[in-house]
Unconditional design. Structure first.
Length: 210
């Protein structure tokens, strides 16, 4: 009860119940909602599903890149991670390139890549022939070990990326998106559900490899 009051004190009771239901993969009946509200809810759900599809495709590409990078594999072995652990948590590697995801998605200009946090878009320093400023697009994660962040339902909703060598920031996380809210997620919770049921308790630590 204390946890509920602390986390949801700024929300209405209905919104809090909906949030809790979503975290465990349940849906709250919407019998009293209007057709417009149901249509809006369906559109939001479809939008979230589309974003998680984009993130899942990126996660699969990073996993393939990890297998093709002896340097990244050696780094994980040096940190004491086995291939089984890497597979269980879906670890991957983001190559050291500005537009590596261009070979993964049909259109690198797809707004979904920016909305999902995978691509950064910013105004370029130079203008085109018409005098209008162009926008530069590039991968958010480059030359990093990639840790997919999953929801309790198992959907990839974001990433944490760790540099292999020296560099700042050491860890880089996905930005806040329609499917990822850092303050409401716990990395490894999906993967640890079976152990939680067996043990009946969990130790929460800081960091992806603690």
């Amino acid at each position: 009860a204390i946890r509920f009051l602390t986390e949801y004190s700024g929300m209405t009771f209905i919104d809090a119940v909906k949030d809790l239901a979503q975290q465990v993969g349940m849906a709250v009946p919407e019998e009293d909602s209007s057709p417009a509200e149901r249509e809006q809810a369906a559109a939001q759900k479809q939008r979230r599903n589309t974003l998680t599809d984009v993130l899942a495709k990126a996660a699969e590409a990073y996993r393939k890149q990890l297998k093709a990078s002896p340097r990244a594999v050696d780094y994980l072995k040096g940190r004491g991670l086995s291939g089984e652990i890497a597979a269980q948590f879906g670890l991957g590697y983001a190559p050291d390139g500005w537009r590596s995801l261009a070979s993964v998605f049909p259109s690198y200009d797809d707004p979904l890549l920016e909305e999902s946090g995978m691509v950064i878009s910013k105004e370029a320093d130079d203008a085109d022939a018409s005098g209008e400023a162009e926008r530069k697009r590039y991968d958010r994660f480059r030359d990093r070990i990639m840790f997919p962040i999953r929801s309790v339902q198992g959907d990839v909703i974001g990433f944490g990326g760790r540099v292999l060598d020296r560099g700042e920031p050491k860890y880089l996380n996905s930005p806040e998106t329609p499917v990822f809210s850092k303050g409401r997620e716990l990395y490894g919770l999906f993967e640890g559900r079976a152990a939680l049921r067996q043990r009946g308790y969990a130790l929460v630590v800081e960091g992806y490899m603690d």
